[in-house]
Design a protein around this ligand. Structure first.
Ligand SMILES: Cc1cc2nc3c(=O)[nH]c(=O)nc-3n(C[C@H](O)[C@H](O)[C@H](O)COP(=O)(O)O)c2cc1C
Length: 239
């Protein structure tokens, strides 16, 4: 995979290939972007590579809206910020934000507190991100094999997020960095209205991309032995 070298302003020209394993081990979330605009041809190449992602039944149930209109971008930022404040409030209350198993009353209490103050950061600058890609899933095409279980359903998303991650990896190969965001989904109805996304489209993410200000750093991830076991979930650690 190609990786930007040194000066991000020269990143597109200075791209060099990264071995796949190294790319998989070092592609972290990037939220700080240089002012360098990203050419549409680069974004088109990223999507052209990402479209080879797998999906259940090869349904390729994704739709992408490239957000260019400044007013729409500002609107999405406002919606993002709303979710971000709720996220921070739940974190401050010691909750795993929006975990399906959460006590909803504890969540409501957390959200009733004044939001913790956060400095201007990624959320506040969301509209300034060089590339914003709204990713929708066409629910009529998803093989959501767990849709009839009483628990929270997530198998449908498994047909969309490999594509989202392939966008981030393909973007890295172009010298870009980025992050998958799901915060705007808290305001899905408003995002759908804003972007004229009809049913049965569902908002899966808004992906932020741009030329990174910082090079990737060492990622913090739990070791294999902490999540892999042999034969049963309570079996001996694997790896
Ligand atoms: C499904 C998904 C949703 C995410 N949503 C957001 C988000 O809304 N906002 C954000 O800033 N980062 C979001 N992230 C990025 C995660 O915070 C990030 O991958 C994780 O904290 C690891 O960070 P690192 O790569 O810097 O180690 C999301 C990542 C995934 C895979």
């Amino acid at each position: 995979m190609r990786q930007a070298q040194s000066d991000p302003t020269d990143s597109a020209a200075a791209a060099v290939s990264l071995p796949l394993t190294e790319a998989l081990r070092t592609t972290g979330a990037v939220r700080d972007f240089s002012d360098q605009p990203v050419d549409d041809t680069v974004v088109a190449r990223v999507l052209d590579t990402a479209r080879f992602a797998p999906s259940g039944g090869n349904a390729q149930a994704w739709r992408v809206v490239v957000l260019k209109d400044p007013a729409k971008r500002r609107h999405v930022r406002e919606l993002y910020l709303r979710g971000w404040r709720d996220y921070m409030a739940m974190l401050a209350a010691g909750l795993q934000p929006w975990a399906p198993t959460n006590d909803r009353e504890a969540e409501a209490r957390a959200l009733a507190e004044p939001p913790p103050s956060t400095g201007p950061g990624f959320a506040e600058r969301f509209d300034q991100v060089p590339v914003l890609l709204a990713l929708f899933a066409d629910l009529s095409l998803l093989a959501a094999v767990d849709r009839d279980t009483p628990r929270y359903s997530f198998a449908g998303g498994a047909s969309i997020y490999p594509f989202a991650w392939s966008i981030v990896l393909a973007a890295r190969d172009e010298g870009l960095g980025g992050v998958i965001t799901t915060m705007p989904i808290r305001a899905e109805a408003e995002v759908k209205a804003l972007l004229r996304a009809p049913d049965p489209l569902a908002l899966a993410a808004v992906i932020a991309l741009g030329y990174p200000v910082h090079q990737p750093r060492r990622l913090s991830r739990a070791p294999v032995s902490s999540f892999a076991t042999v034969d049963t979930v309570d079996g001996p650690a694997f790896g």
